[in-house]
Design a protein around this ligand. Sequence first.
Ligand code: HEC
Length: 206
Amino acid sequence: MSDTDNTQYRRGDFARAKGEVILREHEYDGIQEFDQKLPNWWLFTFYGAIVFFFGMWFLYYTIGVIPSDHERITTAVASVNEKKSAALADTMSNLTDAALVNEWATDESRVKAGEAIYLQVCIACHGPNMDAPTKLALSLVDHEWKYGNNPLDIFKLINNGTPAESKGMEPSGARMMAFGQLYTPDQIAELTAYIISKNKEDFKDF
Ligand code: HEC
């Protein structure tokens, strides 16, 4: 077999056997590209990926045996929401106006837990003294409770945010988000307890 009989060799092997590299003719700014055969392991993964693509396309979109990401997320969110409403129902089943005032708001560790969240989050709008000095929110120490005077009304407002039918604050229209999205029902009760502990006279009749 002569060196010039390159039909016996694959392109890259031939060049390598001769200690040469093959360059493409095209040149730009003095730069030319190699024109070598790609290694088999690389081609294997490349063609494998193409086959894999058609397989998955078929399973996902044609016969639909694998749930799509959208379906998986919807199921996961539904199960989180189920757990959350179960936790809420569990807390609510023991939570009464009287319990919030006489058990939660007198329990130092629960009040402290509520205070810790207040100082982290609520303080931004309601202020360090709860009097909302920047008018970003309503005062929590003015003895006026816009969405109800009962401890459970306050719990629900913090949990659910400004009710859908409300226009929010006058005149800015500022509303409050549903902190139930961030905190567990017990944490909302701790926040309520902390607010009650700062407004004892408003809730002394419960
Ligand atoms: C981004 C600003 C903001 C933050 C943070 C915020 N609030 Fe509010 N809050 C408001 C606004 C605005 C209102 C008035 C909503 C309305 O009128 O509908 C309000 C109203 C309230 C009320 C009713 C007050 C009343 O006089 O009736 C309570 C209780 C309350 N917030 C508790 C909390 C608690 C607890 C937190 C922390 C978990 C918190 N807020 C964090 C903006 C905020």
